[in-house]
Design a protein around this ligand. Structure first.
Ligand code: GH3
Ligand code: MG
Ligand code: MG
Ligand code: MG
Ligand code: MG
Length: 299
């Protein structure tokens, strides 16, 4: 597809080769009422390994968007019944411009492109177009959104331990909390951590933190979430688990750490109407565990 016009093409080709592998996991929804145009676009996408789901009008497209896990929407603007502008408008009510990519396509030479972009299309392409332009625009959007996803994850992750950080707690955990009827929170705090730092050095302290999180992650189930709440204090959110079951998890962590030279104290709660309340109760129990001698859990 690529024209041999300048030196940057070779560079781009190597980027494209990397994309071909990733594209096997990419699902594109293509809304286009012209069968010829739909097949033309679908065939280009398939040639670069992308999985294509098609729709021939706006309503069908919106329905398929709900039913499938779509990574990119490509929508024509002139469509029967619900047009592309309306499709963009409705998608944007659910997912913002930096959450989900939309490429709008039209043969109109009026103000259609600016209307589509103002409604929240990330990019626009005018029909007829060269295959190459289509591929380059699709690839650029996919690459940009992969970067956004990566940066979003990075900014919510503690670089030392790989646990989630406070930003994750503030922006995501409340939503999760509301999903589950039953859930528990365990607050774990390493005992005499300051002494570890003072005796063996800060770097050794860092390694203890890394070990602690590694052991936690190896013990908890899929769907449980570990957050670095403070310096050496961690919160584990456990969906579908009451505090007695959460105690079993925390006990497993203690057993897994038995050959290490550090201990931890913990408080567990499954009570509280809000996330903040549940954290507060778990924190109070952690405090009691510390007060009553450390190296223990209170539920
Ligand atoms: P307690 O048993 O009551 O929990 O005592 P503690 O010494 O564990 O708790 P304290 O709050 O007195 O000290 C926590 C220490 O953790 C102080 C701080 O310097 C250290 N710390 C915080 N973040 C880090 C980090 O990222 N790396 C290292 N090495 N130390 C850290
Ligand atoms: Mg059309
Ligand atoms: Mg401590
Ligand atoms: Mg302390
Ligand atoms: Mg602490």
């Amino acid at each position: 597809f690529l024209k041999k016009d300048d030196s940057s093409t070779i560079e781009y080709l190597s980027r494209l080769i990397k994309r071909l592998q990733k594209n096997k996991n990419i699902n594109v929804l293509l809304i286009e009422d012209s069968k010829a145009m739909r097949n033309f676009q679908a065939n280009i996408l398939k040639r670069i390994n992308i999985n294509v789901i098609t729709a021939s009008d706006g309503e069908e497209g919106l329905e398929k968007l709900k039913q499938n896990d779509i990574d990119l929407l490509i929508t024509d603007i002139n469509l029967p019944k619900t047009d592309g502008i309306e499709v963009i408008k409705r998608v944007r009510k659910e997912k913002s411009i930096e959450e989900f990519p939309i490429l709008a396509v039209s043969s109109n030479h009026d103000n259609t492109s600016s209307r589509a972009l103002k409604k929240g299309a990330n990019d626009f392409i005018t029909k007829p177009f060269e295959k190459e332009e289509f591929i380059v625009r699709v690839n650029n959007l996919l690459e940009m959104f992969e970067s956004i996803k990566k940066y979003k994850k990075e900014v919510m992750t503690d670089p030392l331990t790989g646990a989630y950080n406070r930003l994750y707690l503030q922006t995501k955990l409340d939503g999760l909390f509301k999903i589950y009827e039953t859930k528990s929170i365990a607050m774990l705090d390493i005992d005499f951590f300051k002494q570890i730092n003072d005796t063996y050095g800060h770097q050794c302290g860092d390694e203890v933190l890394q070990t602690f999180v590694k052991v936690i992650k190896n013990t908890i189930r899929r769907g449980d979430i570990t957050i670095r709440y403070g310096g050496e204090e961690f919160l584990i959110f456990m969906p579908n688990v009451n505090k007695k079951e959460a105690l079993i998890v925390v006990t497993k962590i203690r057993i897994a750490l038995k050959d290490y030279d550090f201990t931890f104290s913990a408080g567990i709660a499954d009570e509280g109407e809000t996330l903040a309340e549940m954290i507060k109760i778990a924190d109070e129990r952690l405090y009691k565990a510390k007060e009553s001698g450390r190296n223990r859990v209170i539920i």
